[in-house]
Design a protein around this ligand. Structure first.
Ligand SMILES: [Ca+2]
Ligand SMILES: [Ca+2]
Ligand SMILES: [Ca+2]
Ligand SMILES: [Ca+2]
Length: 488
């Protein structure tokens, strides 16, 4: 990509300076420099409202990159250049249990494990999120019976939940006695409204709930990890945010203490990398010695560019992508675009597979409660430049659509993204024939795939350089896996 016209403009504003960047006449980003003068230390706020973070900075250089710079990347670049991060490998002893982090990689029951998962929130049509029925969404035997074969058909090995299940029926069914098991990242919802995270008396009830939660599920063999909160980082006030991160470390410490040497990993689930990994927010590695992994709900568009490379400089904790994908509704043309959703889900997954411990796609099935009435399938959401239609339609994110089925569980119908992601999940990198290793038979397949579009088994096994085609530039990736075991 080459630009013909690059413009940075700025103007004085109340309390600082507005800064805009345009490429080829297209607006691409905004920053606010807070302070009296650009000759003194300023507070830099990135994103229209400081959404992507801020901190003390002295601006003496504007840097232009040969790609469409996203706000998250600008923020990461700022964090790196400002030296506000202290990556430090964990000093936790390796767990003696079935789920272990060894040298930054996940190992489950003695084998390397890549999370190939789905966010699972099967709220039935007509059920609102605060109703008693919602609390039972993980406990309906008919829904479990509907979804188990569909999750296996997706070749998922993990689901991620948002609230505690009412019992262990779902986990029992998923784990299946250890035969072709599906694991669960069990989410613990952390409220933020009205909570003072700097005050132990205010957080004591949350802590007590967490102790009960851990004690209830810690011995289940289908447990993969403890998820701490969901996107609290972008919803909480700036003053509370450092205390929130430290509270998460406290919860991680509690989980480790309750479980002992055989502990399961803990993961803070953030929106993007916002405010994560920086000393300013008490979220650097040194401040969070008990947290084992970062989770990021990461909507990185078509191309994350160097997002992952930046992130590796910010924290030494392993990264799990706890949400990714796009919705299925083309808001610009008022119709579904299943092929586009599938292409984005697959492309984002290929980056995740190479740069993180894995990911859980958002999401398993549509949720009709998010806009207007839970009995109608609505189109509300928010504008976002991460999607090709410029809009997140909140009730259309499913790999599966749902339709009403009277007294029975809603009918779940796979979209194209389900089938295409199933091919991805069935193939570990390099493992064309999906037999659990990468050997000369796979290499022969690579030679046949050369020059082909990065689709189907060719794409899922061999698209190491994500550019839509299987080419010699993908070869180093294949060679890197040759004679090595494929991951689970
Ligand atoms: Ca609705
Ligand atoms: Ca959309
Ligand atoms: Ca193979
Ligand atoms: Ca390629």
């Amino acid at each position: 990509m080459q630009w013909r016209h690059v413009v940075a403009t700025w103007r004085d504003a109340a309390g600082g300076t507005d800064l805009w960047l345009f490429l080829d006449g297209q607006y691409v980003g905004y920053a606010f420099l807070e302070g009296a003068s650009n000759r003194t230390a300023l507070t830099l706020r990135l994103g229209a409202t400081g959404y992507y973070g801020g901190g003390e900075v002295l601006v003496d250089e504007l840097r232009f990159f040969d790609w469409n710079l996203h706000d998250g990347e600008v923020y990461a670049e700022y964090v790196v250049s400002a030296n506000r991060h202290r990556p430090q490998p964990s000093s936790q002893p390796v767990s003696t249990g079935p789920v272990r982090i060894v040298d930054g990689r996940l190992d489950v029951e003695g084998r390397p494990f890549t999370v190939r998962g789905a966010c699972y929130s099967p709220l039935p049509i007509g059920v609102g999120p605060t109703s008693a029925a919602a609390q039972q969404m993980y406990g309906d035997p008919a829904v479990i019976a509907r979804d188990l074969p569909l999750l296996h058909g997706l070749h998922a090995n993990t689901i991620r939940t948002y609230i505690p299940p009412p019992d262990t029926a779902l986990l029992d069914a998923l784990y299946n006695g250890g035969t072709d098991p599906i694991y669960a990242i069990l989410g613990f919802w952390i409220p933020w409204d009205g909570v003072d995270f700097s005050n132990p008396a205010s957080t004591a009830p949350i802590e007590a709930d967490f102790v009960a939660f851990v004690n209830r599920f810690k011995d289940h063999p289908g447990l993969l990890a403890w998820g701490l909160g969901n996107e609290v980082n972008i919803n909480i006030s700036a003053g509370q945010r450092p205390y929130f991160f430290v509270f998460c470390d406290r919860l991680a410490q509690i989980a480790h203490a309750l479980e002992g040497a055989a502990y399961h990993p803990t993961v803070i689930v953030n929106a993007f990398n916002v405010y994560a990994g920086t000393m300013d927010e008490w979220s650097d590695d040194v401040s969070l010695p008990n947290v084992d992994m970062w989770g990021q709900n990461l909507y990185a568009g078509w191309d994350p560019h160097c997002y992952y490379a930046y992130w590796r400089q910010i924290s030494a904790k392993p990264l799990l992508v706890t949400e990714f994908g796009i919705d299925a509704w083309d808001n610009a043309h008022n119709q579904e675009y299943p092929a586009t959703q599938a292409a984005y889900d697959v492309r984002q997954w290929r980056y995740i597979e190479q740069n993180a411990l894995g990911g859980t796609v958002f999401e398993y099935c549509d949720e009709w409660w998010k806009d207007t009435s839970p009995t109608t399938h609505d189109f509300g959401g928010y504008g976002t430049h991460w999607h090709p239609d410029g809009y997140s339609n909140e009730e259309w994110w499913g790999l599966l659509a749902v339709s009403d089925n009277g007294a029975g569980p809603d009918i779940a119908t796979p979209r194209q993204a389900y089938f295409d992601l199933a091919v991805e999940y069935a193939h570990a990198p390099g493992d064309y024939d999906a037999d659990g290793d990468v050997d000369l038979a796979d290499f022969a397949a690579f030679q046949r795939c050369l020059g082909q579009p990065a689709e189907g088994a060719c794409g899922s096994a061999f698209e190491f350089r994500v550019d839509g085609v299987i080419a010699t530039t993908d070869l180093p990736g294949v060679v890197g896996y040759l004679a090595g075991p494929a991951s689970n």
